[in-house]
Design a protein around this ligand. Structure first.
Ligand code: NAD
Length: 472
């Protein structure tokens, strides 16, 4: 589409929004139900599309794409009436008998930009928030998952009038032209690098923007934790979607004296996940998602080149798959003391099935190591000691995370999901999605029955004395 066509589409949505049609709560509920029905109809096609784009298994497609979306729609349908109610808030004595309310109003025309790793979930989940809050929406799916993009085009254009919810396809050039338009809200999910480009474009029109980005999320294992259960949870999170998850544990930090045990238990966990076949053979990894494309495959290959590979890492180029790998990345103290330079695998988001293993003597060093980098999107601490848990949580800033688990905080829609610093800004999921796509309009309702003389000019000494008595 040309810039002119984008302009016309945005204008069409703006005109539709001005009719007020999207504001009625019943209309939003009906739309959510319509969306739910369409999502269900497209489930079987979705399995095929995700298989074509990423060789994603039916299990992972159902759980991470359709399951997540249906759960979110159900939550919104169930609770929307309550969320949309005006919220009563207290009013200070000196303003009485006025009363105060917060009114949640839609922003208007929203833009949703999605990445390729959960190409269905991450296009539809923000849309649910946009609809719930009463906005119109234009979705731009990732060009790197073309089969899912095509499915989304069909689903959206069959279900909605483009004046309300539209979908446009394209890569960098198209998105750049799209971003020149004035939107009332932008919701972006993707890399930190592109997030900066989006924030710049949004600033041009002072458009509020949510950035759901990535980063390096650590998993930390305290001493004396039950190793088997911790490692199974960690390994499962690392290998879901072949590590191509924004909140996947990027690297692990274990106590020096537990390193050998960790490695053995990790290998055993992978063996249990793929119980049949040779772990050196690509056919064993049939249910594992593949790497999205050749470019990322090569990037991952070069990340482990020259690294101290403890186990795994065999490349299957024709299938765009890797055997999972553990990398020996040394002790955190070596980096803190500048005895060792960080390799690329410790600098950039891995987004693949490789897990650098770092060791520590003292948990304080782990805190210093994590804090020397950018604020992570997630952090996972396997620990049963309150003092250590408090220490880690009070001294490291990150988006969100789990104690004794990995990634499962996303499964609770009562928890806002989002990053901090370079891992993002703003949050969504459940009620937070509704709030994120709404402007909270603050209203003081006053009365004309009383009129305090003290607030008017002239500012006499008596009035000042009165003020001083109130504000102390
Ligand atoms: P990306 O930033 O390359 O692309 C995201 C979107 O931006 C796509 O729609 C793409 O077409 C568009 N885009 C790309 N380059 C652009 C440019 N120069 N100008 C304008 N638009 C552009 O991200 P990706 O590779 O699709 O996804 C992987 C990244 O996304 C990882 O960093 C991952 O951590 C992050 N991610 C974050 C979350 C989250 O919820 N926080 C979820 C999934 C992925």
């Amino acid at each position: 589409m040309s810039e002119q066509q984008y302009r016309e589409l945005v204008q069409k949505q703006r005109d539709y929004f001005s009719t007020g049609a999207t504001r009625s709560v019943q209309f939003r509920l009906d739309t959510l139900k319509k969306l739910k029905a369409a999502v269900i109809v497209y489930q079987a096609k979705g399995v095929e599309a995700l298989q074509n784009d990423l060789a994603k298994s039916e299990f992972e497609t159902y759980l991470g794409e359709w399951g997540v979306v249906l759960t979110e729609i159900n939550t919104h349908i169930k609770r929307l009436k309550k969320w949309t109610r005006q919220k009563r808030v207290k009013t200070p004595m000196f303003l009485k008998p006025s009363y105060s309310r917060i009114i949640y109003e839609p922003y208007g025309v929203s833009l949703i930009l999605a990445p390729w790793n959960y190409p269905f979930q991450l296009a539809i989940l923000p849309l649910i928030g946009a609809i719930s809050a009463g906005n119109t929406a234009i979705i731009k799916p990732s060009e790197l998952a073309p089969h899912t993009a095509k499915l989304l085009v069909e689903l959206i254009s069959e279900t909605f009038d483009e004046a309300y919810v539209a979908i446009v396809e394209g890569g960098v050039a198209e998105t750049t032209a799209l971003l020149k338009q004035r939107f009332d809200f932008i919701f972006f999910t993707g890399s930190t690098h592109v997030g900066r480009i989006i924030a710049r474009a949004a600033a041009e029109h002072l458009t509020p923007v949510v950035l759901e980005l990535g980063g390096k999320s650590p998993a930390i294992l305290d001493r004396n934790i039950p190793m088997k259960v911790a490692v199974r949870r960690l390994a499962m999170a690392k290998l879901s979607n072949c590590g191509q998850v924004c909140v996947a544990p990027d690297y692990v930090v274990v106590a020096k004296d537990s390193k050998a045990e960790f490695i053995e238990v990790f290998k055993a966990a992978v063996r249990e996940f793929f119980p049949t076949g040779n772990l050196d053979d690509v056919t064993t990894y049939q249910t594992m998602t593949r790497i999205i494309n050749q470019k990322n495959f090569k990037r991952l290959q070069s990340l482990i080149e020259g690294e101290n590979i403890i186990w795994g890492g065999k490349a299957f180029e024709a299938e765009l798959k890797f055997q999972p790998a553990l990398i020996d990345s040394g002790d955190v103290a070596d980096y803190l003391n500048k005895k060792r330079q960080k390799a690329a695998i410790l600098e950039e988001e891995i987004f693949g099935p490789f897990l650098p293993v770092l060791t520590y003597e003292n948990i304080d060093d782990v805190i210093k190591y994590v804090n020397a980098g950018e604020k992570p999107l997630a952090l996972y601490f396997y620990c049963n000691h309150k003092t250590n848990i408090d220490k880690v949580l009070n001294n490291i800033s990150f988006g969100g995370g789990c104690i004794n688990d990995s990634m499962m905080h996303l499964a609770n829609d009562h928890l806002p999901f989002g990053g901090v610093g370079q891992s993002g800004q703003g949050a969504y999921h459940g009620k937070t999605s509704f709030l994120t796509f709404s402007h909270a309009k603050s209203m003081l309702y006053s009365t004309t029955r009383f009129d305090l003389a003290v607030k008017y000019m002239p500012y006499t000494a008596k009035k000042l004395d009165f003020l001083k008595k109130i504000f102390k």
